[in-house]
Design a protein around this ligand. Structure first.
Ligand SMILES: [Cu+2]
Length: 456
């Protein structure tokens, strides 16, 4: 749990004696840590200017202290243990006890000071992706500053000039450090809290990891073949649902810090792309979509009115990205009868299991898994196994979800007669695609040529 109340309690645990003596206890704001992977309630501002706080799925926002008109935050770069989903933990690097790090929320025009303490075994830095700031605060190791050595604290200070959604991540050994989970979101709220006001404002950071089944540490040299496609370093069914009230105006701010694009798809609704990392899009320039491609290093703010009650999937449309860790070097066996083969192989290899003859559906299949890994497709739904994992979550729209209530309302109760059902009567005649002859070479053109027209 994170709250203003334990702000100071968290500090004692985080700020080591060596650090305190070097910097001076009075000058360093407390480094609040999150202890669990649950979604924290919005952090309502109790100092500074008002704003409508966001909710970071399976994450939290970093408390600050006000010091003579400056908002002071303290980020600690350090090794963390992240539960990817129940049943699997990963040894990552992150900030303040979690990967991704806490979301930082400020208001347009705020003077911001961020203390960054490095508890990693190597240099780091933080780049404030998308922000207007003095060049020397841009966080590019070697170019705009020396790397922050292990054990040291650096200070970044700038005015949050532009409202919008941004990200932060290291710019120094970034292939390793981002593969290990070092990243976070940043929201600069508009000066006027009524500008672009929404009822629910969610923050998601897309990250990818390559963690072999049974191991705990990501392979940091992987370029494309990742096996864990995550939302805020969680995979479905470990990603919390976005629980909203019917009629709510909902915003999802989604950043992509993986090495490929993610076409994010909403079910049952249309959204508009309302903002990019470059700024907000004028309302008259927005167009409706049900899929928004989020490129590498990009952020998109997607907005929609949640007017259809139900449990709606929201996921990356790349089908490999809605699966969890498993080998992809498995031959396709659809249509290949393996009857009897398993028994013969079982005499040699007792654990052998024939797979894939009728497709890959394994929702009801109990497979022994190595320790610390997840089923490829998982999640128990009200109608059986949800055969998806990875970069996927649910949007739960309910008429009776109270404003400000983010708790999970459970599964949707469908009105009678609104669920796909089995037909038990006589099957209607099934039409076939026309022109069976057309499949034969040489026949198609003749058969399809319009009568009376002689082409060249
Ligand atoms: Cu994807």
């Amino acid at each position: 749990m994170v709250s203003r109340r334990n702000f100071f309690a968290g500090a004692a645990a985080m700020v080591g004696a060596g650090l305190v003596s070097r910097v001076g206890a009075a000058s360093l704001p407390e480094a609040v840590v999150a202890t669990g992977p649950g979604t924290q309630a919005p952090l309502a501002p109790n100092t500074g200017r008002p704003y409508n706080p966001v909710v970071t799925l399976n994450g939290w926002s970093l408390p600050w202290r006000m010091n003579r008109g400056v908002k002071e935050f303290h980020l600690v770069a350090e090794p963390v243990v992240r539960e990817i989903a129940p049943g699997m933990k990963a040894n990552l690097w992150g900030y303040n006890g979690q990967s991704p790090g806490p979301t930082i929320e400020v208001v347009e025009g705020d003077q911001v000071r961020i203390f960054v303490t490095n508890r990693l075994p190597e240099n780091t830095s933080i780049h404030w992706h998308g922000q207007r700031l003095p060049n020397g605060m841009d966080g590019v190791t070697g170019l705009t500053q020396p790397g922050i050595p292990p054990g040291k604290t650096f200070v970044y200070e700038f005015v949050a000039k532009r409202a919008g959604t941004f990200m932060y991540h290291p710019h120094g050994d970034e292939m390793v450090q981002m593969a290990m989970g070092m990243m976070g979101s940043w929201v600069t709220h508009p000066k006027n809290p009524d500008v672009m006001r929404v009822d629910r404002d969610f923050v998601l950071l897309l990250a990818a990891y390559d963690i072999e089944p049974g191991s705990f540490v990501p392979k940091v040299n992987t370029m494309l073949d990742f096996n864990l496609w995550t939302m805020n370093s969680r995979v479905f069914p470990g990603v919390d649902s976005m629980n909203v009230r019917q009629g709510d105006k909902v915003r999802m701010r989604i950043g992509n810090l993986t090495m490929t694009n993610h076409p994010m798809h909403i079910h049952g609704h249309e959204f508009v792309v309302a903002g990019t990392d470059g700024g907000w899009i004028r309302p008259e320039a927005r167009w409706p979509e049900v899929v928004a491609d989020i490129g590498v290093g990009q952020m998109r703010a997607l907005e929609f009115v949640a007017d259809e009650p139900g449990d709606w999937a929201f996921h990356c449309h790349k089908s490999h990205h809605t699966m969890n860790a498993m080998g992809h070097n498995v031959p396709t066996m659809i249509g290949v009868s393996q009857q009897g083969i398993a028994e013969k192989i079982n005499k040699l290899i007792p654990d052998y299991m024939a797979m894939g003859e009728k497709g890959g559906s394994m929702g009801g299949m109990e497979m022994p898994l190595p320790e610390n890994t997840l089923p490829m497709m998982s999640g128990d739904g009200p109608f059986g196994g949800i055969e998806m994992g990875g970069m996927m979550t649910l949007i739960k729209v309910r008429r009776d979800q109270k404003p400000g209530d983010y708790s999970d309302p459970g599964w949707y109760r469908h009105p009678k007669g609104t669920v796909a059902y089995e037909w038990t009567g006589e099957a209607p005649a099934a039409s076939k695609a026309p022109g069976d002859d057309a499949a034969k070479p040489g026949v198609e053109l003749k058969a399809r040529r319009p009568q009376g027209h002689d082409h060249h």
